[in-house]
Write a protein that binds this ligand. Structure first.
Ligand code: ZN
Length: 151
């Protein structure tokens, strides 16, 4: 099936689906009942019909993102405080090095997780939760080293 006919049949399926249903536009909430084309008359965004998962199972991915975001944010905050408050030799001690490790690896991990989100979601549930627990363990372990050495 060519792309043109796929697009046309998706459009007619969308119009047929909405011919007798009250469905809100995912962007603006406008009721799309009896839609005549494939754009929302209220906000103008293009619409399509597709197959979706009933339960997207995003728990492990969100857990990974939260752990790495908390680690990156806390490391950034402590780094700013450290720049103004810590003596220069603190940065070469265990806590200072741990802070830099957390900043680099949690920040990089966050960017990688976002860039490879499709690959992540295709992994088995066990692998996804292993990565999520690894992210939590990494942030907690390195964070503990920083807190213990922060005086
Ligand atoms: Zn809309």
């Amino acid at each position: 099936m060519s792309t043109v006919s796929t697009t046309q049949s998706a459009r007619s399926l969308l119009q047929e689906y909405l011919s007798d249903r009250d469905e809100p536009c995912p962007r603006c909430g406008y009721n799309l009942r009896r839609l005549q084309n494939d754009t929302c008359p209220e906000c103008g965004d293009a619409l399509t019909i597709r197959v979706g998962l009933v339960e997207p199972r995003l728990g492990a991915f969100i857990t990974t993102l939260v752990a790495l975001s908390v680690g990156t944010g806390a490391a950034l905050l402590l780094a700013v405080v450290g720049i103004f408050e810590a003596p220069t030799n603190w940065w070469t001690g265990l806590a200072g090095i741990a802070l830099l490790i957390l900043l680099v690896f949690a920040g990089t991990g966050l960017a990688i997780a976002l860039a490879l989100r499709t690959t992540y979601r295709r992994a088995t549930s066990g692998v996804q939760w292993l990565i999520a627990m690894g992210a939590i363990a990494f942030v907690l372990a390195v964070g503990t080293v920083i807190v213990v050495g922060f005086d």
